[in-house]
Design a protein around this ligand. Structure first.
Ligand SMILES: Cc1cc2nc3c(=O)[nH]c(=O)nc-3n(C[C@H](O)[C@H](O)[C@H](O)COP(=O)(O)O)c2cc1C
Length: 331
């Protein structure tokens, strides 16, 4: 993990991926205090809210942590300014290719840029445009996902790019043996989300945590697209009445498209509506505890989440499992 540790400035190269409503000051500080690398989920926050969240996190830890910004946020550049004012050291750009000027703007603040690379060709492009590190995330992950599994992405991409920038592997990691495997293949570290949702320090509603503790891998299913004109990004979540509400929402937005023109602006607006839907639905489950109608975003590793335990213990057991696997191999 030496390379990942050097890049992140943490004790172990385990990032807790940003999770909207979950990755706030308490979980982020707990992860960083335990030696990992916490990342604040900015999601749809305003610059003022992000300002407060970074300051509050800084009050709870003196260890490094990052901020995750969504590329399609209408105030992306103001959010970058907020990070700059706080001297944020690492910015994770999620949700699509970085818009023009955003990489330069972040680098001018002195922060390192971590971007998601959904395919090898895009990874190469991102490295050329100057990103400092990459996350490759497979479809086993919770939340918005791509179409390819982590194991295939890792095999396709690590041999080609791992020597150029630090690469963090995400999606479906529940135990340390898997971490050891990806490190062996050239990864600098890993990113986990689902495994940390039930941490004692996570403020997720008790109902949300209980749903995770009950679920097995097969309960974490990806949404399906109902209309070919609406290329919605699939979301992996525990199946509930909310999953059906999402299908209904897609039909409703598609019906609006029937009566409107199919020009680009109308399409974009339709897609934005869908994204806003997700933010609201996730809040309903994580914050209000409505696990029937809200969104229970979770990855397939959810079956390996079996109890509520402190972040430090989760990281400790992941590291022990990884070390044991590597020692076995060396022997
Ligand atoms: C409840 C939940 C919410 C998430 N929200 C976000 C988000 O707002 N932004 C983001 O970039 N990734 C988000 N993710 C993805 C995580 O950051 C992380 O990459 C993913 O959980 C890793 O895969 P795993 O769930 O298999 O561990 C979310 C994941 C979950 C489970």
């Amino acid at each position: 993990m030496a390379r990942g540790v050097e890049f992140l400035g943490s004790e172990v190269a385990i990032m807790c991926g940003a999770m909207s409503w979950v990755s706030e000051r308490n979980l982020v500080a707990a992860i960083s205090n335990a030696g990992g690398f916490g990342v604040i989920a900015c999601g749809a926050m305003t610059p003022e809210l992000l300002d407060r969240e970074i300051a509050a996190t800084g009050n709870l830890t003196d260890k490094p942590f990052g901020v995750n910004l969504i590329t399609m946020h209408p105030q992306l550049f103001e959010l970058i300014d907020v990070c700059a004012r706080h001297g944020v050291t690492h910015i994770v750009l999620a949700g699509g290719l970085p818009p023009k000027g955003s990489l330069e703007a972040i680098k001018a603040t002195g922060a390192k840029v971590i971007a998601f690379a959904p395919a090898l060709s895009l990874a190469k492009k991102l490295i050329k445009s100057g990103v400092d590190a990459l996350v490759i995330e497979g479809m086993e992950a919770g939340g918005h996902i791509g179409p390819v599994s982590t194991s295939v992405l890792a095999q396709e991409m690590l041999p080609e790019i791992a020597d150029q920038v630090p690469v963090f592997v995400a999606g479906g990691i529940g135990r340390g043996e898997a971490i050891a495997g990806y490190l062996d293949m050239g990864a600098a570290g890993v990113q986990l989300g689902t495994r940390f949702v039930c941490a004692t320090e996570s403020i997720a509603h008790l109902n949300f945590k209980k749903a995770f503790l009950r679920a097995s891998a097969r309960d974490a299913v990806a949404t399906v697209q109902v209309d070919p004109r609406l290329p919605v990004i699939p979301v992996r979540a525990l199946k509930n009445a909310g999953s059906d509400l999402f299908t209904a929402k897609q039909r409703e937005v598609a019906a609006t498209l029937d009566t409107l023109s199919t020009d680009k602006a109308a399409m974009l607006e339709a897609q934005l509506q869908i994204e806003h839907y997700w933010a609201g639905a996730l809040r309903r489950a994580v914050v209000d505890g409505d696990v029937e109608h809200g969104s229970l975003m979770a990855g397939q590793s959810v079956g390996m989440v079996t109890k509520e335990e402190p972040v430090a213990e989760i990281i400790e057991s992941l590291m022990a499992q990884a070390a044991q696997a590597l020692e076995k191999r060396a022997a």
